[in-house]
Write a protein that binds this ligand. Sequence first.
Ligand SMILES: N[C@@H](CCC(=O)N[C@@H](CS)C(=O)NCC(=O)O)C(=O)O
Length: 210
Amino acid sequence: MTLKIYGTAASRAARPLWVARELGLVYEHIPVHYLGGGTRTAEFLAINPNGHIPVVDDDGVLVWESMACALYLAKRFKGGGAPSLAAENHAEQAEILRWSFWVVTECEKDALTILMHRVLMPKDRRKPELADEAEHRLLAPLLVLEQHLQTRSYLAAERFTVADVCVASVLAWAQGAAGLMAQCPRVDEWLRRCLARPAFKAVREMAKSE
Ligand SMILES: N[C@@H](CCC(=O)N[C@@H](CS)C(=O)NCC(=O)O)C(=O)O
């Protein structure tokens, strides 16, 4: 059996890589970069016609879309020895699905704008006003999460699950927005806890060397 994860750790491939690390999976990492045309070769387009990373290849079962990759791995490799990241019942499954879709539809675009215009782009090309507007918009969904965390330590269960991977991997992009995080102290604390996990730190280290 071969499990392959395509995509540099310095990309949305961090999501399935984080799950794989949490579960202690044996996998081959093919660190295709998002720059330089590697996602647009005929060979790569054969595994993801969208031309994006990440892709998971589980012995011929191809999964693209980073959240789908993370959710797939959590369920597929549940019960392999490491603490499970998957749902134990329907209520947990509902939480996992709703938070994973929520973060993509309600938060990802603005979180990426913050990352690009505060951190990643060359200083002379950054537009701080775009980051300011994104932070302003992101407050509303983050307050929904803040309220959810009033009564629980993790998103979907009283333990870390794939929902925490999906949401924390997106909100990590906005973690530097100190003013925003100050308005959502529970989100801030939960996010720090998730990002301090050894599996996520290992993925961050991989990203530095790719
Ligand atoms: N919605 C997709 C977005 C994938 C995506 O845009 N990936 C970027 C890297 S994070 C990429 O592959 N860019 C290179 C390209 O589009 O050629 C997902 O979550 O997987």
